[in-house]
Design a binder for this molecule. Structure first.
Ligand code: ZN
Ligand code: ZN
Length: 441
């Protein structure tokens, strides 16, 4: 075979393709030349080229060098929060090149791709694109080129996996219905999911079910964690201001001392979980800040407390908010002080619905066998804003192995996404869509 055609087979179709499936080889090669480059993104060529293996992990693995290069490029150019302009442009360009309808600027810098293949249900697949404010400690060639920013949560890998899924589904179209590819900004505590929802995400691009992935250090590559029920904790932050009446440290009888009141509130909050939750429920309440006076002989007017709570159900979150409010108000009131309390939810608890988690698990078992699909995962206290999307549309959040125990944790300056996981994560999303939107034979 001539060089161009060999390259096309290797890079576009993959080594498993049958050469006999290419009746118009000259025309295809000419089209590639007319196209002026050897980009592997020509959807029409892909579709005319013939069968791609029905196992999406194997098909996507044949594209691994290209997607590894893409992932390393994203890793080297991390962007944070809503400022993911370069990443969003790259995503939009790839989707468009593969013939997928692209919508930009949803939730400021979010990107949505729509792939229709006849009538049928609509499945949403979501990836996050943002990095963290962290200085990378790695020295490899694809380390961050932006001081103080780093892809330390693997969202570079999530974006790459969803792109690989999009390309596979666009090329193969072994489904009936619509796939909505959702690339969101600002997952790391800045409300990117909520911003896309508020911008009409699910009104403009209705989804019957949604799925997302997160890489999981400590779980071997090629393994999946798919729980039914709680997966990630909800997270909230609180502030409590105690307004007393300051004065001389030697004459407390003339003051309303907010330091003593604040200390009593801190002590009482320790009983919220211990005395209100059944033993089999889990939650966390931590007071993490106590700002008071700064002199030896002055009782301040005011103290400010702050902290965080984590829980796995909205009921427990609501219970904790209620107890924090009533204890703080009761203790301050009992001493004649005023109290102001702010409680803000950062993420709701992430809870996988039963049917979609079973569908994802069945797809995973098909790909890697039942021994590599963990269904009984202990929920994590890490927060994840995909929970906000799951509050609107039933779905599941799947953990993808990123390497055995001992690899750096998420948010570590030594972390790196494991590119060997790309075919598994991308393949699972593709297999889930094919299972959800099974085409009539
Ligand atoms: Zn993170
Ligand atoms: Zn993350």
């Amino acid at each position: 075979m001539d060089g161009l055609w060999t390259l096309y087979l290797d890079r576009v179709v993959g080594p498993m393709a049958s050469p006999g499936a290419f009746p118009t080889r000259e025309r295809e090669a000419q089209a590639l030349r007319l196209d002026g480059h050897m980009d592997t993104t020509d959807l029409a060529l892909l579709r005319r080229a013939g069968p791609i293996t029905a196992n999406p992990v194997e098909a996507i693995r044949s594209w691994l060098p290209e997607f590894t290069a893409l992932r390393c490029d994203l890793h080297a150019h991390p962007e944070t929060g809503f400022e993911v302009h370069r990443t969003a442009a790259l995503v939009a360009g790839k989707l468009a090149a593969w013939g997928i309808e692209v919508h930009r600027g949803i939730g400021r810098t979010g990107v949505v791709g729509v792939l229709r293949n006849g009538p049928g249900p609509r499945i949403g697949l979501r990836a996050d694109m943002d990095a963290l404010d962290l200085t990378e400690a790695n020295g490899f060639a694809h380390a961050s080129r932006v001081p103080g920013r780093m892809h330390a949560c693997g969202h570079d890998g999530h974006t790459t996996m969803l792109l690989a899924t999009a390309r596979y589904l666009a090329a193969t179209r072994r489904f009936q219905g619509t796939v909505v590819f959702i690339f969101q900004p600002a997952e790391e505590g800045q409300g990117g999911a909520q911003a896309m929802i508020a911008d009409g995400l699910f009104e403009r691009f209705p989804c019957d079910r949604i799925y997302a992935l997160h890489n999981w250090p400590g779980m071997p590559v090629g393994h999946f964690g798919i729980a039914t029920g709680p997966v990630m904790a909800g997270c909230a932050f609180f502030d409590i201001g105690v307004q007393g009446r300051g004065g001389h440290g030697a004459r407390p009888e003339n003051t309303v001392d907010p330091v003593v009141i604040g200390a009593q509130i801190v002590g009482s909050l320790q009983a919220v979980i211990a005395r209100n939750l059944p033993a089999q429920e889990a939650a966390v309440l931590s007071v993490t800040g106590f700002d008071a006076g700064n002199a030896y002989n002055i009782i301040p007017d005011r103290v400010a407390l702050r902290g965080t709570v984590r829980a796995f159900s909205t009921e427990v979150m609501a219970m904790m908010e209620g107890r924090i409010r009533s204890l703080a108000a009761g203790i301050a009131g009992g001493h004649g002080a005023q109290v102001d309390i702010a409680f803000r939810e950062v993420t709701t608890p992430l809870v996988n619905d039963e049917i979609p988690s079973n569908i994802a698990a069945a797809a995973a078992r098909d790909l890697v066998g039942p021994g590599r699909v963990e269904r009984d995962l202990a929920p994590s206290v890490i927060g994840e804003d995909f929970a906000a999307m799951l509050d609107k549309v039933p779905g599941a959040f799947v953990l993808v192995g990123n390497g055995e125990a001992g690899v750096p944790e998420l948010h570590s300056p030594h972390y790196d996404f494991n590119d060997a996981a790309i075919p598994y994560g991308a393949g699972l999303l593709a297999a889930t869509v094919e299972r959800e939107l099974r085409a009539e034979d």
